[in-house]
Design a protein around this ligand. Structure first.
Ligand SMILES: C[S@@+](CC[C@H](N)C(=O)[O-])C[C@H]1O[C@@H](n2cnc3c(N)ncnc32)[C@H](O)[C@@H]1O
Length: 312
């Protein structure tokens, strides 16, 4: 049997852990992947998010470049796409959840907004302990699993609201979604094996970038065969930093930011170019001009997105 085909069949058994991320294409993969025909070559996921599509590109045997302008998405890219073999051992889990007297207090600011005080302390300990892990892919895997545990623990799976504590203390809500009342450590321990099982080597030099795609594309000139673009749908829940600010603050371990509103969203946000009506048309023009040398593009956009509504 052809070695490439054997490898491809082998990867098909590997499952990406189900993400909970706005606009994630995980559920649409059976529809997207045949359209995209990712068969080897160099594939770019320009707006990687949960990495659902980049992970499939990796399974298809491509050299994958995945990009997102948010750090926590980039860490998932390092963990699930760039990583070819680092997994979390029980020793690692012990280190990550041990008490760290030098811990910071970045997560403590979210006390009584998203988590009870003791959970904030667990998270600050964990964040300090992550920095003891020097291998970058293992470190990224620890952060990626914790970010997933945090979206399971938080009602609606995002942080653009102030209902987390009210729901976690409401027995009827907890009966419907027990995860919101479970210790984050338990959720982490439950999720970590699924992530470990998703780590594989497709024998390619895959890369995860934390970058604005418009800055990255010139650096990749001439290298990419096929690009998948799934930008925020401007005018329809496009502000990813409003929804996931807590995960970005956690991963960045930000102390020197201004935090605003009742939910302590960081400020100023990173510029996207794809989330504001006044910028989105220019950004698409730049994206397509910079992709001139890429022979195949696949773009996801919804009917409510500003470009499709003729708002620009
Ligand atoms: C619709 S989501 C992508 C979802 C992804 N395809 C998945 O399956 O999870 C859009 C992503 O674009 C990212 N983003 C927004 N502006 C960006 C930019 N200028 N460059 C790179 N990423 C950007 C957001 O952080 C978000 O993760």
């Amino acid at each position: 049997m052809n070695a490439g085909l054997w490898r491809h069949m082998d990867y098909n058994c590997i499952k990406m852990p189900r993400p909970q991320y706005l606009g994630a294409k995980y559920a649409l993969l059976p529809w997207i992947i045949p359209l995209a025909e990712f068969n080897g070559g160099v594939a770019l996921d320009g707006f990687g998010g949960s990495q659902s599509v980049a992970f499939e590109m990796k399974k298809a045997g491509c050299t994958v470049y995945t990009c997102d302008f948010l750090s926590f998405c980039h860490q998932s890219g390092l963990a699930l796409v760039e990583n070819s073999g680092e997994i979390l051992s029980s020793d690692d889990l012990h280190v990550l959840f041990s008490d760290n007297p030098g811990r910071g207090d970045v997560m403590l600011k979210f006390k009584d907004v998203f988590f009870a005080e003791e959970e904030c302390v667990v998270l600050d300990n964990f964040r300090a302990n992550v920095d003891k892990i020097t291998q970058p892919h293992k470190r990224a895997l620890a952060l990626a699993v914790m970010c997933r545990a945090l979206t399971r623990k938080t009602i609606m799976g995002h942080f653009a609201h102030m209902q987390a504590m009210a729901y976690a203390n409401n027995p009827a809500r907890v009966r419907r979604n027990p995860s919101i009342a479970r210790p984050v450590r338990d959720l982490f321990f439950e999720i970590a094996p699924e992530y470990n099982a998703a780590i594989f080597d497709n024998s390619r030099d895959n890369k995860s970038y934390r970058a604005n795609i418009l800055d990255l594309l010139p650096q990749l000139a001439g290298e990419v065969d096929v690009a998948y673009y799934d930008p925020p749908y401007c005018g329809s829940h496009a502000d990813y930093q409003a929804f996931y600010h807590l995960l970005e603050t956690f991963v960045e371990n930000w102390r020197d930011k201004t935090f605003i509103n009742g939910n302590f969203r960081y400020h100023p946000p990173r510029p996207s170019g794809f989330d504001k009506i006044v910028e989105v048309e220019r950004s698409f023009r730049d994206l397509f001009a910079l992709s001139d040398e890429i022979s195949r593009w696949l773009v996801s956009y919804n009917d409510l997105g500003a470009v499709n509504r003729g708002a620009c």
